[in-house]
Ligand binder design. Structure first.
Ligand code: ZN
Length: 267
């Protein structure tokens, strides 16, 4: 799945979370990104509109308007209130200190705040996920590109981009482990190799089943799914197959080895 921040200066970088989420949780994460972007994009327009009518608009009334907007648009309430308020606060600072929306310096400050919001988002999401799930299965990034580099067939972001994305992923993993200490949830890392090429229905492994970045269609049984969802299901199954899963007391947060041995699916 993708979670994107507002505009080009992304609050939440376009990290693909190959994490086992319920459909509801996945939708929630999408919503957070959409909501923050909506607030960020709507805020300046609203200010300009009010100014045209001779009314001053800044953080305080805008926050009040946000509260009112939540009554009409319940979807706004999906996102944590402090994340939305921070978005308005950033907007306010940019307006007050620099007067315009095009100031490079302001954008630099906002980018700095984006890091804080990422932390908030990580912590909030990690808490929600661990509160509802006894087991959270993550792909082990060290194993992620094994198949891709071997076949050279998948689109890969550049080295620098990958480093940045991996940093965000590790941050999220740390947040999950932190939250799991309070809930007793188990965090498992599984080998991601071949999970994007393996059919979750029949177990057939074929790079050609990955029709595109987004589409999976099994060359053996015809099973179709979003490529990331199919891979995530394989990772979930690998996590569930891990022997310690029924025994949360003994190996909580233990790093876990193989998807291959767990599923017997890898070539
Ligand atoms: Zn299949």
């Amino acid at each position: 799945m993708f979670v994107r921040g507002r505009g080009g200066d992304s609050t939440l970088s376009g990290r693909r979370y190959r994490l086992e989420l319920t459909a509801e949780q996945e939708a929630l994460c999408h919503d957070f990104g959409d909501i923050c972007r909506a607030i960020w994009n709507t805020g300046p327009e609203q200010r300009r509109e009010y100014r045209r009518r001779g009314v001053w608009m800044d953080y305080v009334p805008q926050t009040a308007e946000l509260a009112e907007a939540k009554l009409d648009h319940p979807w706004l309430k999906t996102a944590p209130a402090q994340v939305l308020q921070q978005t308005l606060r950033d907007l306010d600072r940019a307006c007050r200190e620099h007067g315009t929306f095009k100031t490079v310096a302001a954008l630099g400050r906002i980018a700095g705040r984006a890091a804080d919001r990422r932390t908030d988002f990580c912590a909030y999401t990690a808490n929600r996920i661990t509160a509802r799930n006894a087991l959270v299965v993550l792909e082990d990034l060290r194993t992620r590109n094994m198949t891709a580099s071997a076949s050279g067939s998948l689109d890969q972001p550049g080295r620098n981009v990958r480093a940045i994305l991996d940093k965000g992923w590790h941050k999220f993993e740390r947040a999950l482990r932190n939250a799991a200490r309070h809930t007793g949830s188990q965090i498992l890392l599984v080998n991601a190799a071949y999970t994007s090429q393996t059919c979750n229905r029949c177990g057939h492994v074929d790079a050609k089943s990955r029709k595109s970045q987004a589409a999976f269609e099994c060359t053996a049984c015809g099973h179709r799914d979003h490529a990331d969802v199919n891979a995530a299901k394989n990772q979930r199954d690998a996590g569930l197959a891990f022997p310690a899963c029924g025994d949360l007391g003994t190996s909580r947060s233990a790093k876990q080895e193989p998807i291959s041995r767990a599923t017997g699916r890898n070539p």
